[in-house]
Design a protein around this ligand. Structure first.
Ligand SMILES: [Zn+2]
Length: 96
């Protein structure tokens, strides 16, 4: 897979994971979130732009309206939490 897509996919996985744990409370992804991730991965791999622009700025609307609403909810939930989480990860690394 293209390098720029790989990084984006990792972020996506992380965010959907955070969202699912927080909202749906299970271990690992629930079925709905698993499907959303699979859908996003597929869309990402088919992205015709190279390098891929930020989805927000992209003129190609490749998500269906329903999926778009779902991914928006994930971003809203996980976005601020990612910022809180990263410094912690950095700290752990430092003390190792
Ligand atoms: Zn879920």
């Amino acid at each position: 897979m293209r390098k720029d897509l790989e990084g984006e996919l990792q972020t996506l996985e992380l965010m959907i994971g955070l969202y699912c744990r927080g909202r749906h409370g299970g271990r690992g992804l629930c079925r709905a979130c698993g499907e959303l991730l699979a859908y996003s991965r597929e869309r990402l791999q088919r992205c015709p732009r190279d390098p891929k622009p930020a989805c927000r700025a992209c003129p190609v609307h490749c998500y269906s309206p329903e999926r778009r609403a779902q991914i928006r909810a994930v971003m809203r939930y996980a976005g601020p939490r990612m910022l809180l989480r990263r410094p912690l990860l950095a700290l752990k690394h430092y003390f190792r």
